[in-house]
Design a protein around this ligand. Structure first.
Ligand SMILES: [Mg+2]
Length: 311
């Protein structure tokens, strides 16, 4: 890319930078400089989105900008961290001004809403792909981990399951249109407030990026426990209920990715402190593996969801 093209990218991303007190130096030098307040740990995560792998080629750029940031902030939420700042790496086949304007609009709308500074980035020419690295703060020793679920804990999710999975089918032209499912697929909202509220209450937490069964499976394996879920307690949006009723595909909402709700486990003694709107969907058990009670019958479940590079 020519220098002027880099200048164009700077125009879209450099000007919007917020300036939090913790951002000592933002975009413009070789590195950003951040102040880490005393008593806090830095939570760091990174996620890449590649065309035709993580998003469909016809996805609106404002949705891409939103979702790229949302999926990274969701990882901070799952650890109970408060978002601090992000860096952004863009790989673009060409510089398209209106595309960049829409992408940055989607990105900064969410960044401003959740008070996240963009403090650096990189631009290269190539097949469409984006990477965000997100930094968050969590009080010393209070991060929510995957490895601390206890036998007897109750299992919760923060919101409906399978909405994004249905949204993907709609976007691919395989299901009747539903605006709620499509919006949840294109513009998931990371549960950053609930993640922070769960510090000191939840024993284990993860965000549901690859499907409930796969992500809860990570908690179960790392905590060396099992779980039994209750089908009738699962929260679904009406369109997903209709989909299940018509297709009998009841595993879709449990295995589809991209919902970005949180799944967490708590000691039942803390149940009264669980934020409003969360749903209890099961119990942690000593017997390994994952099971579901559906109309009184217990079925074993594979702890699998969306996986890259799987055959
Ligand atoms: Mg995650």
């Amino acid at each position: 890319m020519a220098l002027s093209e880099f200048g164009l990218i700077g125009h879209f991303f450099g000007q919007h930078t917020r300036k939090k007190p913790t951002t000592l130096l933002g975009i413009g030098d070789d590195c950003a400089l951040l102040q880490i307040p005393a008593g806090y740990e830095l939570a760091i995560t990174t996620d890449t989105m590649v065309e035709n792998v993580h998003f469909l080629a016809n996805t609106a750029p404002e949705h891409l900008g939103h979702k790229l940031l949302a999926v990274n902030l969701s990882d901070l939420a799952s650890m109970g961290a408060k978002p601090l700042s992000v860096t952004l790496a863009l790989t673009l086949p060409s510089v398209n001004e209106s595309w960049l304007a829409a992408f940055s609009q989607g990105f900064f709308k969410l960044a401003n809403q959740l008070e996240v500074d963009l403090v650096g980035g990189d631009t290269t020419k190539g097949p469409l792909a984006f990477t965000v690295q997100a930094l968050g703060l969590v009080p010393h020793g209070q991060a929510l981990r995957r490895n601390a679920a206890q036998v007897g804990d109750w299992v919760y999710v923060t919101g409906p399951l399978g909405s994004a999975g249905l949204g993907l089918k709609i976007a691919q032209g395989n299901c009747p249109y539903d605006s709620d499912a499509l919006a949840r697929f294109h513009c998931p909202m990371p549960q950053v407030a609930i993640g922070q509220a769960l510090r000191g209450i939840a024993n284990a937490c993860i965000d549901i990026s690859d499907g409930l069964l796969a992500d809860l499976g990570h908690i179960l394996r790392q905590s060396q426990v099992g779980a039994c879920l209750q089908w009738e307690a699962m929260p679904f949006i009406p369109a997903v209920q209709t989909y299940i009723h018509e297709t009998k595909d009841w595993l879709m909402p449990l295995t589809a990715g991209d919902d970005y709700e949180l799944c967490f486990t708590i000691n039942p003694a803390n149940a009264s402190q669980v934020p409003a709107g969360c749903h209890k969907i099961g119990v942690i058990e000593a017997a390994s593996g994952l099971r579901i009670n559906k109309a009184g019958n217990i079925f074993p479940l594979e702890m699998k969801g969306f996986e890259h590079f799987s055959p």
